[in-house]
Design a protein around this ligand. Structure first.
Ligand code: XMP
Length: 504
């Protein structure tokens, strides 16, 4: 299979780079520069390499990289920090820019660039840098500039080395996709990475590597459902799906999941573990601790079920690529320990963990689900985090709070759906703020519910959905009237970043 390697220097948009490549039907993987050395790169045998952005300076004393990467005779595209790295390692000069550029910037393209071919002479790009290239290495020519960045792009086409100071991967770079298209052509990739080929190859691979019984951690969400369907195609009745009701699911969700999966040709077990999760979470308020406890307790329940079934060697999880990357690959800051990865305890009592979707993005997972013939209701479900309502209740989790957030959430979702409001993810969460209200003729001192609805394609960045005012106020009215313990409803209109989608 033809592959492109994204060598990750810890920039915040690195996942998007991988998305842009895969949109072109070319498979690619993201690996941290500090764990993926020259030998690993050679073994990976990429058709092209993309060096990402990153928070550090190429001139920092504690930073070094093996310059031999530029001698591999593989096309390389350096983006932002990656561009500066290419310049510095190959004998050019990088300095702190007199004026940093952040945000939308006008780029002037010079003639004769292979990488920027077909871009407009002037176009808008997204800049985010403090350093800049002040002298291109020998053999390179400058191919674009901006007001404050005379070398905004450079290339040495003979050696197939290309560099851009701006970020072609973010949507604000209006013609960014042209750059990826050109780079993939330069790499000579056939663009034949398709979900049907993924499904076929994956099933064959799973069949040949898994010889015993496997247990699938099924949450009813898209990822674990698709993982279960894929595994059941590969190993049939050797697969048992265990659905842990941790008591932190949405209203009636446990019954709905059971109803769907009872119709599948696989062994299905539902475990009611709500009380033990509540006990473990009692008194815990710190978000990361809550995540770790829920993740660990999950595994313990699975281990126990596995023992009951007997001779289970593998644990199947629906981990997807954003979970892996957001949990801290390379040097990117750890934002949250995602349930499927960072939440795992150090010791897990299975021979191994199988994560068949580990390298796929959400929309690719949905495509695999469709390929496998899964019900559209499941495939197009909005995401629901592994730790469930545990991270939608700020502070300590109690059964009273779970009930409140379940009821409020059901009302909000029903109101949005009946009004036909389009949003990629929408839910209610419970703040731990109590405030004074008046109901009837009496004073109340109750909780505030926060409503969240976001527009996003990759769940890495998001903006708040513009819900029509009458829909929002109708939901708020219903919530305060119908949910005991709530006297205030707030709408969260922050974007991600700087906020995140979930509360914790
Ligand atoms: P954040 O809150 O990080 O969420 O902006 C981004 C997306 O990821 C989902 N999410 C999770 N999914 N396990 C999951 O499977 C988790 O631990 C987890 N935490 C957040 C969240 O619902 C949103 O879609």
């Amino acid at each position: 299979m033809e592959k492109i390697l994204v060598l990750d220097f810890g920039g915040q948009y690195n996942q998007l780079i991988a998305r842009r490549v895969r949109e072109n039907h070319v498979y690619c993987e993201v690996h941290g520069y500090n764990v993926f050395d020259l030998e690993a790169i050679k073994k990976f045998a990429p058709r092209g390499i993309i060096l990402t952005g990153g928070p550090q300076s190429v001139n920092a004393d504690d930073f070094s990289v093996d310059g031999k990467i530029f001698e591999l005779d593989v096309p390389i595209l350096g983006i932002c920090f990656g561009a500066q790295l290419m310049a510095k390692v190959l004998g050019g000069r990088v300095d702190r820019a007199a004026t940093s550029e952040f945000g939308r910037t006008e780029l002037d393209r010079l003639d004769g660039s292979r990488l920027l071919d077909r871009m407009s002479a002037r176009s808008t790009v997204w800049m985010s840098h403090n350093d800049r290239i002040v002298e291109a290495p020998r053999g390179f020519s400058t191919t674009a500039s901006t007001e404050h960045c005379p070398i905004a792009a450079m290339e040495d086409d003979a050696r197939k080395l290309y560099a851009v100071q701006f970020h072609p991967e973010v949507v604000h770079t209006v013609e960014g996709s042209v750059i990826f298209d050109n780079f993939i052509d330069i790499c000579g990739c056939r663009r034949d990475w398709k979900m049907s080929s993924f499904v076929e190859t994956k099933i064959a691979e799973l069949r040949s590597t898994i010889s015993g019984r496997a247990l699938c951690a099924l949450s009813g969400g898209v990822d674990s459902s698709v993982a279960a369907a894929l595994m059941s195609k590969a190993i049939g009745k050797n697969l048992t799906c265990v659905f842990v009701d941790h008591g932190l699911l949405r209203k009636n969700e446990a019954d709905e999941v059971e109803a769907v999966f009872k119709n599948f040709d696989l062994n299905f077990i539902r475990v009611d573990a709500s009380q033990r999760f509540l006990t473990r979470l009692s008194g815990v308020t710190e978000p990361e601790r809550k995540r770790k406890i829920i993740g660990e307790e999950f595994i313990r329940v699975f281990e126990e079920e596995a023992k009951k079934i007997g001779a289970v060697e593998y644990l199947v999880q629906g981990t997807i690529y954003p979970d892996v990357i957001e949990s801290g690959l390379g040097k990117a800051a750890v934002i949250k320990s995602h349930h499927n990865v960072g939440g795992l305890p150090d010791h897990v009592d299975f021979k191994s963990i199988v994560e068949p979707l580990r390298l796929l993005f959400k929309d690719e997972v949905r495509a695999v689900g469709r390929e496998l013939g899964l019900d559209e209701k499941i495939v197009s479900r909005q995401p629901f985090p592994g730790p469930g309502l545990g991270i939608r209740i700020i502070g300590e989790v109690t059964s009273e709070k779970i009930k409140i957030v379940q009821e409020a959430d059901a009302i909000f979702r029903a109101e949005l759906e009946s009004a036909g409001v389009k949003s990629n993810q929408y839910f209610a969460a419970l703040t731990n703020m109590r405030s004074v209200g008046v109901m009837g003729d009496g004073r109340t001192y109750d909780y505030a519910i926060v409503l969240r609805a976001v527009e996003t394609t990759d769940f890495m960045t998001a903006t708040a959905t513009r819900i029509p005012w009458d829909v929002l106020t109708r939901a708020a009215d219903r919530i305060v009237n119908e949910v005991k313990g709530v006297n205030r409803v707030l709408y969260d209109c922050t974007s991600k970043p700087p906020s995140t989608i979930e509360m914790e």
